[in-house]
Design a protein around this ligand. Structure first.
Ligand SMILES: Cc1cc2nc3c(=O)[nH]c(=O)nc-3n(C[C@H](O)[C@H](O)[C@H](O)COP(=O)(O)O)c2cc1C
Length: 365
């Protein structure tokens, strides 16, 4: 048989070239597919992270300042304090600010678990601030029973229905509210320590409602009408305080006329009498790490109350006024722990919800 060797060589070269081309094309296709899958995974993860933040910002915060900023990383989210939102008078050492960040952390972790992520949290000091880092790792989906309560929770400052919470339910709540170093104590309406705490609250009002700086700071965060709420999406709105929307020039003098010890005590007395229990949250030490952990416990507690149809609100006066907090520490049988927050709980009709700032404003670019 005759073989044209040159032709054979040419064909061989041609075949190899074609093969090489095909291989490169295939490789490119595989790379493109991998990139596409990778991008899809990244954007799916991004969407998950954004969703977690949507739940984080539903957390409560002092005066509804929403004092958080978030940084999205590849496999973690950082929560930073937003120091533009500090309450220099009522919260000079930023205790309540860090408690609020703890609440946001708890919401974020609950949402992460619901979306199938494991979480690992650490708190670290950086330039006079504390930053919370939540590592997120995709895992099995693990439905979180409290997840659905996040958007239902609200602070309810109304007069409650004077219906008592049963001892069994209180026991369930008691079991639910301890995170490392945080404790909670329950005081039943009509028992003597309930009245002690009511008296401490009235003394707190006396101090705070006689302090011009406290009142000015509070007024700065009050939103008197719909337009103001729409513009700021923060603060204490006329609706959550049970007032109608009105121009600021009318609302401000009305609110000011109520900001005095007598009017405040009269209103708080009715509300305290209508509630079932006081709940006092304490910590072993009083440092930012303890405050953040307390915030996590508090949020768990608030969500559990929401699930059980129990209304909650804060009456923190006696924990905010330093000399009263110190007195409280030794007056109550709380093992010399630090009083952090006082809540009243009971049954009530729902109130309007507080606004939240758009999430995009809260993300550090
Ligand atoms: C640390 C902390 C302290 C608070 N202190 C008070 C308080 O003393 N009085 C009060 O009426 N609400 C207090 N609140 C409730 C906030 O005003 C409330 O969370 C905020 O307005 C947002 O409303 P929401 O809880 O209904 O979402 C406090 C909340 C936090 C987290």
């Amino acid at each position: 048989m005759f073989i044209d060797f040159r032709l054979y060589q040419k064909r061989k070269v041609y075949i190899f070239a074609e093969l090489k081309k095909a291989l490169i094309m295939n490789k490119l296709k595989i790379i493109a597919t991998l990139l596409f899958i990778g991008n899809m995974a990244v954007s799916a993860q991004n969407a998950d992270f954004k969703k977690m933040l949507e739940y984080a910002i539903k957390a409560p915060s002092g005066h509804n300042t929403q004092p958080w900023k978030f940084k999205l990383m590849d496999n973690s989210i950082e929560i930073h304090p937003n120091l533009d939102c500090t309450l220099a008078v009522v919260d000079a050492n930023r205790r309540e600010l860090y408690i609020s960040l703890g609440c946001a952390t708890e919401n974020l972790c609950i949402a992460a678990h619901e979306l199938g992520y494991n979480t690992e949290t650490d708190i670290s000091p950086e330039n006079n601030e504390y930053i919370i880092r939540i590592k997120l790792e995709k895992a099995m989906e693990a439905p979180e029973p409290l997840f659905r309560q996040i958007e239902k929770r609200q602070t309810n400052r109304s007069v409650y229905k004077s219906r008592m919470i049963t001892n069994d339910t209180i026991q369930m709540l008691r079991n639910n509210c301890s995170q490392s170093g945080a404790h909670c104590y329950f005081y039943k309406n009509r028992e003597s320590l309930y009245q002690t705490l009511a008296d401490f609250t009235f003394q707190g009002n006396k101090v705070q409602m006689s302090d011009k700086n406290f009142k000015n700071e509070l007024k700065k965060w009050i939103r008197y009408n719909k337009k103001q709420v729409k513009e700021t999406k923060d603060g204490l709105t006329y609706a959550v305080m049970g007032s109608p929307s009105m121009p600021k020039w009318i609302g401000k003098p009305i609110v000011s006329s109520f900001l005095n010890p007598k009017a405040q005590n009269k209103s708080d007395k009715i509300k305290i009498n209508s509630s079932s229990h006081f709940v006092l949250f304490t910590t072993n030490e009083s440092k930012p790490e303890n405050w953040i952990m307390l915030g996590r416990s508090l949020e768990q507690f608030l969500l559990k109350c929401t699930e059980l149809g129990i209304a909650t609100t804060f009456l923190n006066q006696s924990c905010e006024v330093e000399q009263l907090a110190t007195k409280l520490q030794t007056t109550l049988p709380i093992h010399n722990e630090y009083p952090m927050l006082l809540l009243r709980i009971g049954y009530a009709d729902p109130m309007p919800y507080s606004p939240r700032k758009p999430l995009d404003n809260e993300i550090i670019k």
